[in-house]
Design a protein around this ligand. Structure first.
Ligand code: CA2
Length: 156
């Protein structure tokens, strides 16, 4: 019987999954837009997915733009890639765009909701030019799809 190939623990630095303002409220308000799963559920699902993918992950959330910039700056040394849901800063922050460009890491932008179905101010992302790809509207599955895409990009 053919043996299933065991995945070796990753030699890569962890992928940073970074969440911006108000995403700590996930599952607690507005379930019609953002669903019923909490940020802790997102983290759990990401940790299971990276085991399958042979990656490791670090999770962070902040409501503060400068803290997010600090985390992206540190990622340049500490992390191999970034999954980012910048929340409302997506639509306003040149600082996050600059930090992502300076980090020179593959980054995937994720939005739980379909930002193009919503108010016009959400149609514009300042950070997309620094992303290898953008996933929107697929709920928290978007984070797992982002990790899958990065696994393909990072693996030799
Ligand atoms: O769809 C997304 O993931 C967003 O990045 C979420 C942001 C929003 O400003 C973006 O336009 C799209 C808002 C995150 C707020 O999350 C909450 C979750 C539950 C309750 C209240 C806020």
């Amino acid at each position: 019987m053919a043996k299933k190939a065991a995945r070796r623990p990753s030699a890569l630095k962890p992928v940073l999954v970074l969440n911006g303002p108000n995403l700590n409220m996930l599952g607690k308000r507005q379930p019609q837009i953002y669903g019923r799963e909490t940020l802790a559920d997102v983290e759990k699902a990401c940790r299971i997915e990276v085991l399958r993918l042979g990656l490791t992950v670090e999770f962070a959330q902040s409501n503060h733009e400068g803290v997010l910039v600090d985390l992206i700056q540190a990622a340049r040394e500490k992390n191999s890639a970034i999954v980012i849901n910048a929340g409302a800063y997506t639509h306003t922050s040149v600082a996050l765009l600059d930090a992502l460009n300076a980090a020179e890491l593959p980054a995937v932008e994720v939005h739980i909701s379909n930002i193009y179905k919503r108010e016009s101010f959400r149609h514009r992302s300042y950070i997309s030019p620094a992303a290898v790809g953008v996933i929107a509207g697929l709920g928290i599955q978007g984070y797992l799809l982002a990790l899958q895409a990065l696994a393909r990009l990072l693996k030799p």
